[in-house]
Design a protein around this ligand. Structure first.
Ligand SMILES: NC(=O)c1ccc[n+]([C@@H]2O[C@H](COP(=O)([O-])OP(=O)(O)OC[C@H]3O[C@@H](n4cnc5c(N)ncnc54)[C@H](O)[C@@H]3O)[C@@H](O)[C@H]2O)c1
Length: 342
């Protein structure tokens, strides 16, 4: 019986992972540590899990070394997802991104170091945003790190911090860099849920710039499957490694919006545009080689299938997202000084 600590387990990816592991491994214990910021929601975790004696929810901050010691001292796996995670929000409220994403990660890494003989694996969830705009395609794990937003630079700091702990202290860590995630229970500030819920409310989806920026879109359950494989892989195969999680397919924001419109039977021109956000990443497309060679993992959900599942979920769960409608837009200041709701 293993114990898995999931930081940020009340957020989008974290809660999907809690569900995935709880159901797949009936003998595992799951502990969630989450500060329940605006992005965390206990309702993301089903009652059946919350009421189980295999589950513990700890309301707390990853910067709290005492709580981390208490929880990591009895964990086999530490999967670290807690973070401030929204690029646009990091433009107008940047400090907390460094406090949580960098210093919080240091607290987690220090606690893992303290119990490194107890912890089987520490999985640090980084992000493709650390690369900035792609220069060479497909983007391998050796692509230069040129983070373009405060969020991306905080995550790059955390990513390299964990790398340095591997080099210096030999902690049993793996750094995973998922490309753009989407699926049910994602906060409305993120593009795909924002587009879908706009259409449900009869509004045109708002595209940043002309919509030509591309991303590599990964359905969240594919990511959970990859994390599961990394948890259970042999030490020599994954420890100390950095692994991209992407599909190898790049799709522009405009085409994602059109895929949603098509899925929801709306005309493809049912769109509005607003200025691009500063620090926009122009192109992302992951290499899939390392994930395949090390883990035998590839993403199996196509964008059309994933969008269909996501649209179905938002259409049937308006109670979940209606309270978040006011948070879809974030105030930012453009380089010319103009303030806009983005
Ligand atoms: N969503 C994506 O497209 C994406 C892509 C690649 C990587 N990631 C990374 O995956 C992780 C999870 O992303 P997500 O989209 O689920 O984010 P999210 O914003 O939905 O969830 C983050 C969770 O962390 C919690 N949290 C925030 N600060 C905390 C603190 N100080 N202590 C404890 N808990 C705290 C929040 O309450 C929330 O539950 C993040 O590290 C993010 O950088 C996300």
């Amino acid at each position: 019986m293993y114990t898995c600590l999931i930081t940020g387990g009340a957020g989008f990816i974290g809660s999907t992972l809690v569900n995935y592991l709880f159901n797949k491994y009936p003998e595992y214990r799951i502990i969630v540590l989450d500060l329940l910021t605006y992005a965390g929601n206990q309702a993301n975790i089903p009652e059946e899990i919350k009421n189980s004696d295999r589950f513990e929810f700890w309301y707390g901050d990853i910067n709290n070394a005492e709580i981390l010691s208490e929880l990591i001292s009895r964990s086999d796996f530490v999967i670290h997802l807690a973070a401030e995670s929204h690029v646009a929000r990091s433009i107008f409220q940047n400090r907390v991104f460094f406090q949580t994403d960098v210093m919080g990660t240091q607290a987690v890494a220090n606690a893992v170091l303290k119990y490194k003989n107890r912890v089987r694996r520490f999985i640090h969830i980084s992000t493709s945003e650390v690369y900035g705009s792609g220069i060479v395609f497909p983007m391998t794990e050796d692509h230069p790190l040129n983070p373009c937003s405060p969020y991306a630079s905080a995550k790059a700091g955390a990513d390299r911090l964990v790398y340095s702990y591997i080099q210096t202290y030999d902690i049993p860590a793996v750094i995973m860099r998922p490309f753009n995630q989407y699926g049910p229970q994602q906060h409305l500030e993120k593009a795909i849920p924002r587009f879908i819920t706009s259409v449900v409310m009869g509004e045109k989806p708002l595209i940043h710039g002309y919509g030509g920026a591309t991303r590599d879109w990964v359905y969240v359950k594919d990511t959970c499957r990859a994390i599961d494989i990394v948890m259970h892989e042999e030490d020599h195969k994954v420890n100390g490694k950095t692994i991209n999680l992407g599909t190898g397919v790049e799709t522009s924001i405009l085409n994602v919006a059109r895929t949603i419109l098509k899925c929801m039977d709306k005309p493809l021109g049912f769109l509005d545009h607003i200025e691009d956000r500063p620090g926009q990443v122009e192109r992302h497309c992951s290499s899939t080689d390392k994930a395949w060679e090390l883990l035998g993992w590839n993403a199996t959900t196509t964008l059309e299938e994933g969008i269909k599942k996501t649209v179905d979920w938002y259409c049937s769960n308006s109670y979940w997202w209606e309270p978040l409608v006011w948070m879809r837009k974030v105030k930012i200041t453009l380089p010319n000084g103009r303030k806009i709701d983005h």
